[in-house]
Ligand binder design. Structure first.
Ligand code: GRF
Length: 208
């Protein structure tokens, strides 16, 4: 049974998709051991509590400096005995000490087709604003392993979403979440939980 630690920062719709997918069997062989948010007001914490999942807030505001916060987060993840750390709408930059401790065992959902519209400063609505500003006709979402870069780890799954006339960033974000994020995040977890993911040459992912 793959034990998950899910890191969140906001509304928790990706967390909800994971919870629902475990409940209805779209994900097998995995369970959420803990949910951790850097934001005490994140509705994702409420979603976890409603689902009976242990949840806690580890906020940078509660620590004397950034290293102390990062040490507390690492300690909580280690204590959780997670096999896989899932960044589900998580806005925390994961420090190298955590990436090292959970090498190739951290995955993230990014709301674009990497390598487009990703990297530093590309998160949340800003991604969709840039997509509309550039005028691309197709966007989507990506699930990837987390390495020491920003959105640079091996890509596990992607799903395309059409941009439609009249889209606003908010409308497009919702469509990307509904049609892509909430589909490929659970699917990626199920593939990993069932041993179907293999990283080739440290760069690409083979789905078996
Ligand atoms: C989503 O667009 C996700 O791609 C991004 O954060 C947004 C909110 O996610 N990482 P959630 O509703 O908190 O899961």
């Amino acid at each position: 049974m793959l034990k998950l630690a899910v890191l969140v920062s906001g509304g928790g719709t990706n967390l909800q998709a994971i919870i629902d997918s475990i409940a209805d069997g779209r994900i097998t062989g995995a369970k959420i051991g803990t949910v951790i948010s850097n934001n005490k007001n994140a509705y994702a914490l409420t979603r976890a509590e409603k689902a009976g999942i242990p949840a806690k807030c580890i906020s940078p505001k509660d620590y004397k400096d950034r290293p102390a916060f990062e040490d507390a987060l690492l300690a909580a993840l280690t204590e959780s005995e997670a096999d896989l750390v899932v960044l589900a709408g998580c806005l925390v930059v994961i420090p190298e000490k955590i990436v090292d401790r959970f090498e190739n065992r951290i995955i993230n959902i990014h709301p674009s087709l990497i390598p487009s519209f990703c990297g530093k400063d590309y998160y949340g609505l800003k991604v969709h604003e840039s997509v509309l500003d550039r005028g691309v006709k197709v966007t989507g979402a990506t699930v990837h392993f987390v390495d020491k870069g920003t959105d640079t780890g091996p890509i596990i799954l992607q799903k395309a979403v059409n941009v439609q006339p009249g889209d606003t960033p908010q409308i497009l974000q919702r469509r990307v979440m509904e049609e892509a994020e909430w589909v490929i995040m659970p699917k990626a977890i199920d593939l990993i939980a069932n041993g179907k993911i293999k990283i080739e040459n440290g760069k690409t992912v083979e789905i078996q």
